[in-house]
Design a protein around this ligand. Structure first.
Ligand code: C5P
Length: 224
């Protein structure tokens, strides 16, 4: 009987942001929803999806707290987890997470802890796209609002919203492609898909989920 090898999947959960816009008095990943920090909620969904390794990127002074949360969620899969210190930008934090990946990891999903309610099915869709051969895959949702291009207080033009989509996480990539794109990057990007696209790769879109919204403001926290 032949066994199809399952690609080794790692999830890098970036949780090293300061949460300035949330203004909740703690780094965002450690602000609570229903008795558990945002990081705990994000990790409980990460562990519900198929994963080989989970790297949590935390503020350097909160690595112990991050380890407590990840161990609380990991159960008997505690050997899969590690916590590393983040950097000054999201991109630097992702790079710190990538540096901690095991040698045999083939597919990497990068996920914002702030998208704490992202359902496991979104992870599965991204992994499935990669297993079907995509170099990168990003969950997207249609843009609901009418979008305008503006300059100060002047509306310059409308933008055809059918061509637009809002990008979410987890964003998944072949590990070799993501490592090379990070090594080559000299600019700061707001997401990994932009960095990989700048390196010349096509990135696939998969269906995102309304619950994968990013908790950024106090109103988002209330909604979560
Ligand atoms: O700041 P932003 O909302 O784009 O953050 C998205 C995600 O990136 C959050 O989960 C945040 O914790 C993480 N991040 C990070 N290191 C930074 C900035 C943001 O890990 N320096």
């Amino acid at each position: 009987m032949s066994i199809t090898p399952v690609p080794r999947v790692a999830v890098v959960v970036v949780a090293a942001g300061s949460g300035m816009r949330l203004a909740a008095g703690a780094p965002k990943a450690f602000v609570g929803i229903d008795g558990h920090p945002i990081l705990w909620h994000a990790l409980s969904r990460v562990f519900a999806a198929p994963t080989a390794q989970v790297v949590v990127v935390a503020p350097s002074d909160r690595q112990g707290d991050a380890l407590s949360e990840v161990l609380a969620v990991a159960g008997d899969r505690r050997d899969l987890v590690s916590v590393v210190a983040g950097g000054a930008t999201r991109q630097a934090s992702v790079a710190a997470g990538l540096a901690a990946l095991w040698a045999d990891v083939e597919l990497v999903l990068v996920h914002d802890a702030a998208r704490a309610l992202t359902p496991p099915e979104v992870f599965q869709r991204v992994i499935a796209a990669l297993e079907e051969g995509a170099v990168g895959a990003v969950p997207v949702l249609p843009v609901i609002d009418t979008i305008k291009r503006v300059s100060g207080h002047e509306i310059l033009a409308g933008v055809d919203r059918s061509e637009l989509a809002a990008a979410q996480t987890p964003q998944g990539f072949r590990r070799d492609v993501l490592d090379a794109a990070y090594a080559a990057s000299t600019e700061d990007f707001t997401d990994d898909a932009a960095l990989v696209a700048a390196a010349g790769h096509a990135v696939a879109a998969v269906t995102g989920h309304p619950l994968a919204f990013k908790i950024t403001t106090a109103a988002d926290l209330e909604r979560a």
